[in-house]
Design a protein around this ligand. Structure first.
Ligand SMILES: [Zn+2]
Ligand SMILES: [Zn+2]
Length: 144
């Protein structure tokens, strides 16, 4: 299938159905960020495991980590439910480390760089009509 990659303004799309590769929901109604359920992942770093929560508005780099993160740290994310790694095959074009992927319905993905301080990210949609119609709030639908 052909991939179409688009750029959208930050904060205009709300991810509300992000999953791990096995299909577990990563959305966490118990942890709100910007008033919406955060995307919660497990983070393995320095031999420890902790939770990290991301703002679910696409492009908003707000996170809340159990670990203190510093610039240049690389997070290693996994599903908090089944432990599946969220690492994607694609390398960050800036840092050359594997990006991580939050899976969306119908084969889409949000991919982002795991290097703290790098804001490289992208939204990959494989079925535009279905995804925009079904998975994003109308009022946040980007003008194409
Ligand atoms: Zn899972
Ligand atoms: Zn990067």
């Amino acid at each position: 299938m052909e991939e179409i990659i688009i750029r959208v303004p930050e904060g205009r799309i709300l991810v509300h159905d992000g999953t791990c590769p096995k299909g577990c929901s990563l959305m966490n109604p118990g942890k709100l960020m910007s008033g919406k359920p955060a995307i919660t992942c497990e983070n393995r770093m320095h031999g420890k495991t902790g939770l990290i929560h991301f703002n679910s508005f696409y492009g908003i780099y707000e996170y809340d980590s159990e670990f203190i993160l510093k610039h240049g740290d690389v997070v290693d994310l996994a599903c908090p439910h089944c432990g599946s790694p969220l690492r994607a095959p694609e390398l960050c074009s800036v840092c050359r480390v594997n990006m991580f992927a939050i899976h969306l319905p119908n084969g889409g993905e949000v991919r982002a760089c795991p290097m703290v301080g790098c804001h490289n990210h992208k939204l990959v949609l494989v079925d535009l009509d279905a995804q925009f119609a079904t998975y994003y709030n109308d009022e946040r639908r980007p003008k194409m």
